[in-house]
Structure formats: structure tokens, C-alpha cells
Design a protein around this ligand. Sequence first.
Ligand SMILES: NC(=O)N[C@@H](CC(=O)O)C(=O)O
Ligand SMILES: [Zn+2]
Ligand SMILES: [Zn+2]
Length: 434
Amino acid sequence: MTSVTSYLIKNASLLGGEPTDLLLADGVVREVARSIHFESSGPVETIDATGLVALPGLVDLHTHLREPGREDAETVESGTRAAAMGGFTAVHAMANTEPVADTAGVVEQVWRLGREAGYCDVYPVGAVTVGLRGEQLAELGAMADSAAGVRVFSDDGRCVSDAVLMRRALEYVKAFDGVVAQHAQEPRLTEGAQMNEGELSGRLGLAGWPAVAEEAIIARDVLLAEHVGSRLHVCHVSTAGSVDIVRWAKAKGVDVTAEVCPHHLLLTDELAATYDPIYKVNPPLRSAADVEALRAGLADGTIDIVATDHAPHPLEDKDCEWAAAAFGMLGLETALSIVQETMVDPGLLDWAGVAERMSYAPARIGRVTDHGRPLEVGAPAHVVLYDPAVRRTVEPAESASLSRNTPYAGMELPGRVVATFLRGRATVLDGKLA
Ligand SMILES: NC(=O)N[C@@H](CC(=O)O)C(=O)O
Ligand SMILES: [Zn+2]
Ligand SMILES: [Zn+2]
């Protein structure tokens, strides 16, 4: 889907650096220079990017697109529109759909829907176990060999809690350089759990979700990954103890990577006191000390990436009492703003660090070679132009998602995605879907 229009981007701050011109033509970055004078036979659109930061197209390793099965919450098309609005050019679509993405047929269907929609490249995640039931391994090899070329496998939404199955999955994916992305949640320790376990859960009368339920699985899995010499990825790390375990494992040489979600970098369990299920998420919002440890872990590289865990839910699944509500919150359209607010503005990360954690590293972990590349001549023209100087109030009705369950409604956040380019074609221009 190469565009006929070429884009000459003038005076962008490349990864937050000096003003630079970028020429996007024929789907690639054609030229990068202080000043480009371009004579073209075809149409060229010049974009004044003064004051805008240019980043490589963002890559999300953890998105729920809900298709097939829950098209009332999100479709591949609506979810990838939201992704483009957030500056993403590639997303990994989680397997907890209906039917579950546990066969070559389903992953190929999701992959094809992504191509047809054309807003963002969709890389389906394959389920680890049949039906996410945690009983027998799914056809991992067939999904890897399919047109979708699956490399990331996850039962996300559920934990692969059986140690023998987890070991087998880790061993199996080595054959095709895959990775198991674990949703770390010890099921017996979290039966009926509703929010972070602590003094507040007791006071609110909501069943507690102890940090150890996450940490025990991560500790077990890094040891399993070391034992079988395989690659492990840890989804949505939410506690200070989890950061410590990942840091320890990396120091030991274990091939482990980890992600943190924007909401865990900003929000705390105090919000549960509202009893508003908009704040109900898996894993739960944690304490301010956990938030601080997550930010530090992301800054020092212990946590490799930011992943959104964009989890759309229709109103009826959220507009009810806390205990009955679904777990999950939207994330694609606000991720970069939250990262600016929590990491860049406080000086914990510069824009090059953001490119590493939201583009290069997630592409590497997912073994995606067509995304997450530096904006150099010849690279695919996946680019975001972002204005860090503006502030905006989050208005759920403006979301490109079919769902409205954003925890940031009415909040003022920094920054705005001005333009997104996928293979040199604008998916977003002037802050609107192109
Ligand atoms: N994060 C959530 O709270 N919900 C996710 C599942 C998951 O990521 O575990 C969902 O599918 O809704
Ligand atoms: Zn999960
Ligand atoms: Zn998820």
C-alpha cells in the first residue's frame, strides 16, 4: 500500500534532537538532512513540523482487538484506527478472542483483516493452550508457519499456571525463535480478587489481589526459561517486587523481557475508593511505591517496553457494580501522552529512550523486522509526528475505539499525535484520521 503522494517533513525534531527534514517517498525514508530541496514529478505534500518530535512508528506488543467474537467492543478496523491515532504503526493482537486465536486459521483471519483495514500492521499473537484452557498446547508450529508468521504466544487474560505446560511451551517456541508472553497471575491466590491487596482493599471490602500472585509466577518462569534456555516475556508488570525479580534474572543472564502499561505508570489503587469500575483492570492498579519502582525500572531498562494492554469493553460490561464489571481499560490513544507525563517530563527518559521502549524493543521482542527501525535512509516510512507542547483534555466520545472505557476521561494530558505514516502513507494528518 505505497502512497503516490510523497511527504516532505520540514524541521522535525528527530528523536527530540536538532531540526531535521525527512522525505518519505515510495514507502521508504528517502532522505534525511538538515534541509531537503526536493523536485518531484509526482505530488508532494510539505508538512511544517517545527516543534514536533519525529519518532519511528510505535509498536504495541499487547493490544486487544476483540475480533473475532466481540465486535461490539472493538473490531480490527476500529482498534487499528485508534492505534494510528496513538502513533502506532504495528500492533500485536492478543489471542483471547471468540473463537480463541489458537489455530492457523484464526490468526490468518486476524492478520488479513489488519491488511484490509490498512491503518496499522496487525501481528496476531497465538494462544499457548487450546481455548486458553491451560490443558494442552495449541498448534504453535502451525501458527508460526502460517501467513501470519506468529512469533509471540500468550494465553493473556489467563495465566499458563501449569509449570509443565509452561515448560513445554518455552521449549517448543525455540524451534522458530518464538517467545511466550506470560500473564503472570497465580490463579489460586487471586480467586475472586478485585483490587490490589492492602490496607485499602480491607477498608473498601473488595477482595485483595496480592503482589505475590504476580511475583511468584514471574520468579518461577524466569527459572524455567533459564532451565530450558528459552525466551520469556512478562506482560503488564505491576509491582515493585516484579521489577526486582526481572532485574535479578537479567543480571543472571536469563533471556527475559518485560512490559509495563501506561496506566500502571500513572494511576494508583487509591482510585478504587471511587468504586468506579473504570479503574478495574488486570493486574490491578497498585500503590504509589509500585508506580515509582515501575518508572525507575523502565528508566534503567529492567523493564524493556511500554505496552498498552488496550482492553476495550462495551458500556454494559463496565457500567455496573465493581465486582460484576469486566477488567480492562483503553490505552492506544493516550499511551504516548502518559509516557510523556510520567517519564519524559520528569526527566526519566528522553525521546530516544521512548523510541527504544515503544518502537525498537517491542519490534525486536516480537521479531518484527519491518517496524521498529531507526528513521534512516532506506528504512520503511513508519513515522509519528508528535507535539509535546500542547495539552488536551481526554474526551471519550472522540475516541476512534468502539468502546469508551478510558480511565483518563476529563483529565488534561500533555501532547498530541499530529501525524502517523504507515509505509509513507498518512493514516493520521492534522491530528485526524486521514
Ligand atoms: N487487562 C485486562 O484487564 N483485561 C484484558 C485481559 C488481560 O490483559 O489480562 C482483557 O482482555 O480485557
Ligand atoms: Zn493480561
Ligand atoms: Zn491483555
